[in-house]
Design a binder for this molecule. Sequence first.
Ligand code: GRF
Length: 200
Amino acid sequence: MSNRLGILISGRGSNFLAIADAIGARRLDAEIAIVISNRLEAPGLAAAQERGLHAMALASKGLDRETYDRQLIEELHKSRVDLVCLAGYMRILGGHFIREFHQRILNIHPSLLPAFSGLDAQHQALEHGVKFSGCTAHFVEEGLDSGPIISQAAVPVLADDTAESLSARILKEEHRIYPEAIGLVLSGQYRIEGRRVIPK
Ligand code: GRF
C-alpha cells in the first residue's frame, strides 16, 4: 500500500496532530493527502490549515448517510488516499463507504475494546468501576467500534479519577499507539486471521 492518508475529524483533532507530528519527526513514513472535517467549526480543521495541509470542511448536517458518504469518497479519491484514518470523527460510516475502502479504514477508540464501545467510553469505564482502561487502534467494519484490533494500551483507573483525568491519561496513549498502528498497516507487515491482526 502506498502511504497517502485521508484523515477524518469532527473536533479538537489532537490525534490528527499526533499523526502529523509523527510524520514530521520521521517516526511515521506517510503523507497527509487530505484532512476532512464534517463540522465547519472543528478546531482540528483550523490546526490543519495553519500547518498548510490540504484541509476542507464538508458539512454533513442534514444529509443522509449515503449522500454524504458518496461526497466523502469522491474527495478521498480525488486526493488519491490509500488509507482512511478516523480521528475523533463523530459520524457512523455506511456500508458503501466501508466496502469502498475495504480494510483501509482505521480508528482510535478510548477504551479497551470490546468493552465500552460507542460514546463517552471513559465515562462508561468509570461508572463500571474497572481498574484499568485504555485505548484501541482498530480496523473499521460495519458495526460500531467492532473491527479487528491492531493495538491497545492500558492505563490504570485511579480512585479519584474524573472522566477528564482518565481521558487525559488515555489520550496520551492514543497519541502514541495510533501513529504506530498506521505505520504497521502501511508497511503491510501483518496478516488478518479471523479477528486477529498478526504482525509478521
Ligand atoms: C479521542 O478520544 C478518540 O479516541 C475518540 O475521539 C477523541 C478524539 O479526540 N475517537 P481528538 O479530536 O483526536 O483530540
